[in-house]
Design a protein around this ligand. Structure first.
Ligand SMILES: [Zn+2]
Length: 508
């Protein structure tokens, strides 16, 4: 069997289903470009029938990806499949992903159809998808809780109708490694047209087994693994791309001598970008990309590491793209050097955006002696790509340990100037209340955090908020050398995102 395992990234589809995460088109394109650089084989860009915003994002990703295949999800209806095809037809390598079902639970309680009806639908809609697109993937939801013989019939029906990849999803994160390996092997040994069909696995992490199950699937004969950057996804998330890829790179011999096409030195950047745009901070002990992944606390370990790093470290930080953030630019650096450095970091920006970023860079360089790569990335990423309904003009706070904090904010909405003041328990609370009054938007603050993005006492701070309104959860983030300003920007960006996200849904 071929030793190449395809990496199918579903960060933009399954990953984006993480509660409170909603990426806009520009953010999805940014992530897709990084995934393309990383060398993933297929990018699942979204579920086009879900909303107008999703449709447009999939179109935009299809246009901007240069190497990877671009995939869109559709249920077994003509409307879904037509819409998905419309969104990806101009991609260099389009793939239609048809979602069916195989477990009696899903057939009975979700789709309200019999096993025979499900087979008929599978035949009909996979054939229809294959008449539009040469590359069709078929997934029956909840495969791991399905009757094996019936599951095999479903797959063979899909293959006979033209599916070229069949995916075995552990939708609810229920299986265990030995059981899953045996299931994948059973399917691999019994499907029609074995040489031409790729078997794929899609595992969720409800029992913390998603990565182990995926690799067991590879041992059973799967040659595509579906995963997300940082393991982001609904509930406890999906199998983490970086963990699968590094396990295969370091210990490929344990999984049947397999390999992937991923450039592992691009992992750190893809992870940071995705975490930042999703507004989710990684747990420090996260495998491969957590901030403690390469830290050694124990004196005994540190001593041994100085003699030979291999004593307590199997990977080097540079293997996954972490490096000391080099001093790159200072206050005298010109626009050309700035643009050049951004390009090296993988950001392709328009002239107009460049001018905007450069102004921010100059302002930062005035406050900070050394502007590092992380600072530059923060500038590019923090610039909200949401249409700004409310813009912050200025704020002013009075605060101290013996007095009640007061804040005044001035916002702009089109030509209208909105000014309000408020008192609160601390400068951030006072500022939030003043913004709430000025915007008239009463969203509930569900979570608030602030952390240093870069090193040193003049570091940039990033505030992240998660807020809830009647229509759902949104996140917002803001960056500044001043923590109150970062917080105010985060709060406003969440309000802007709320207005934008739900206006988009209304259009769909
Ligand atoms: Zn899933």
């Amino acid at each position: 069997m071929d030793s190449y395992v395809r990496i199918f990234d579903t960060t933009l589809r399954d990953g984006e289903q993480m509660p409170g995460v909603n990426l806009n088109t520009e953010e999805k394109v940014q992530i897709a470009r990084q995934l393309d650089k990383l060398g993933v084989d297929v990018i699942e860009a979204g579920f086009p029938i879900a909303s107008q915003g999703d449709f447009e994002a999939v179109c935009a990703v299809s246009r901007s990806v240069e190497r990877a295949g671009v995939c869109a999800l559709a249920r077994m209806t003509q409307k879904d499949i037509d819409r998905a095809w419309e969104a990806i037809r101009h991609a260099r390598k389009p793939r239609l992903h048809v979602l069916g079902a195989a477990s009696d639970l899903h057939l009975t309680y979700k789709l309200h159809i019999t096993r025979e009806q499900a087979l008929e639908m599978t035949q009909k809609w996979v054939a229809y998808a294959a008449s539009l697109c040469p590359d069709v993937e078929f997934s029956p939801e909840d495969a791991t809780r399905s009757d094996r013989e019936y599951l095999l019939r479903v797959f063979n029906t899909a293959i006979d109708a033209g599916a070229t990849t069949i995916n075995i999803p552990d939708t609810v994160g229920y299986t265990a490694p030995s059981e899953f390996e045996s299931l994948v092997r059973y399917i691999a040994q019994n499907i029609h047209n074995r040489e031409k069909v790729t078997i794929s696995v899609h595992c969720h992490d409800d029992l913390g087994l998603a990565v182990a199950n995926s690799l067991s699937g590879v041992m059973g004969g799967a040659r595509q693994v579906e995963c997300t950057v940082n393991g982001f996804g609904e509930r406890t998330g999906n199998a983490a791309l970086e963990e699968i890829v590094m396990a295969v790179k370091m210990r490929g011999e344990c999984f049947g001598g397999v390999r992937t096409g991923i450039d592992t030195t691009a992992i750190a950047r893809a992870s940071a970008l995705t975490a930042q745009l999703c507004g989710v901070k990684l747990q420090p002990n996260k495998a491969i990309v957590g901030e403690n992944a390469f830290r050694h606390q124990s004196g005994i370990h540190q001593h041994a590491m100085l003699q030979n790093p291999l004593t307590y470290q199997i990977l080097r930080p540079e293997d996954v793209g972490f490096r000391e953030s080099a001093l790159v630019l200072g206050k005298l650096s010109g626009k050309h050097a700035f643009a050049e450095r951004l390009r090296e970091l993988g950001y392709i920006v328009s002239e107009e955006k460049l001018a905007e970023y450069f102004t921010q860079f100059k302002a930062l360089a005035d406050k900070k002696k050394e502007v590092t790569d992380s600072d530059l990335e923060a500038i590019v990423r923090q610039k909200s790509t949401m249409p700004e309904v409310f813009e912050l003009e200025y704020f002013h706070v009075i605060s101290g340990n013996t007095l009640l904090s007061t804040a005044t904010v001035r916002l702009r909405r089109d030509d209208q100037v909105l000014e309000e003041a408020a008192c609160g328990d601390g400068p951030v609370a006072a500022t939030f209340l003043a913004i709430e009054r000025a915007t008239g938007m009463a969203l509930k603050l569900r979570r608030y955090s602030i952390h240093a993005l870069t090193g040193g006492e003049d570091s940039l701070g990033e505030a992240v908020v998660r807020m809830e309104g009647a229509r759902g959860l949104v996140m917002g983030s803001g960056v500044s050398t001043d923590v109150v300003e970062a917080s105010a920007r985060a709060y406003l960006s969440a309000i802007n995102r709320y207005l934008y996200t739900f206006a988009q849904e209304d259009q769909a």
